[in-house]
Design a protein around this ligand. Structure first.
Ligand code: ATP
Ligand code: MG
Length: 252
């Protein structure tokens, strides 16, 4: 896939992030950088702080100490709405979809297009058209947009979740194990969706446990260990086996 130039501007930076939950130190002074236009993989064992980092980068959690910079400027992300307004959004493994609602309804859940005025009327036709555009943009074939999301395959569900997020967010997409719950062929659908967005200039940080997916999708990786970055590298030149060996070596 196209690589971000090594001199691409820094888009999102975390520096010295500490986050404790009671006596558990989830993040212990972690620092990382996302360049504009890159797909960055976060690797590492269970419980090392990967999800906590993404929750902080999306404003869902506040760090105890540490700094976040967006476009070189220090920002304090107050909450997810604030992060979203700055173009940062996240998709969790569970995709946060409502099975009983249709594809269109899910895409606009809590983001419904309304007419202005005292009575906020849902602009259904406008939403449907916008949903069609979004689905086309993520580049996946879906059945009728009126179909309940509960009837879709894992890859299609992921595509709907991504379409839902990218309607307002063109800058940073954070993905927490987006492929954990989908099958092999479905995973390819999700990988293609992320690649399409990347080709449009969206920058991505993705947590992946399958090293083959890291090779397919990412340009650079960080290995998280004990709430810090243990190792950073370029994916180019790596195989899944050599990546696994690199992760194992950080445990020594
Ligand atoms: N809300 C919370 N309250 C208490 N402890 C938490 C909370 N969230 C995370 N932790 C703890 O912080 C540590 C880091 O958790 P985190 O979810 O960031 O790990 P992870 O690297 O994403 O792991 P996995 O690969 O299993 O998803 C773990 O010890 C976890 O139990
Ligand atoms: Mg996690």
């Amino acid at each position: 896939m196209n690589s971000a130039h090594p001199d691409s501007p820094l888009l999102l930076e975390a520096e010295g992030i500490v986050k404790q939950f009671g006596s558990i130190v989830a993040l212990n002074g972690l620092s990382m950088k996302l360049r504009s236009g890159e797909v960055l993989g976060l690797l590492g064992d269970n419980g090392v702080g990967k999800s906590t980092l993404l929750k902080i980068l999306t404003g869902y959690l506040q760090p105890d100490t540490g700094t976040i910079r967006l476009d070189g400027e220090v920002v304090r992300l107050r909450d997810v709405q604030h992060a979203r307004s700055l173009g940062i959004d996240i998709i969790y493994q569970d995709l946060a979809l409502v099975d009983q609602l249709s594809i269109v309804e899910n895409i606009f859940l809590n983001r419904e297009a309304t007419t202005s005025g005292p009575i906020r009327v849902l602009r259904r036709r406008a939403m449907r058209r916008a949903a069609e555009d979004l689905i086309e943009r993520v580049g996946v074939k879906l059945p009728s947009l009126e179909q309940p999301v509960g009837t879709l395959s894992g890859g299609q569900r992921a595509a709907v979740a991504i379409a839902r997020v990218v309607q307002t967010n063109d800058r940073v997409l954070l993905l927490d194990e987006p492929l954990a719950a989908v099958g092999v062929r479905e995973a390819q659908t999700v990988i293609d969706v992320v690649r399409n967005l990347h080709a449009e200039g969206v920058s991505v940080i993705v947590i992946l446990h399958n090293y083959g997916h890291v090779i397919d999708l990412c340009e650079r990786f960080y290995i998280v260990r004990d709430g810090q970055i243990a190792e950073e590298g370029s994916v180019a030149g790596h195989t899944s086996e050599s990546l696994i060996a690199t992760v194992l070596a950080t445990r020594l």
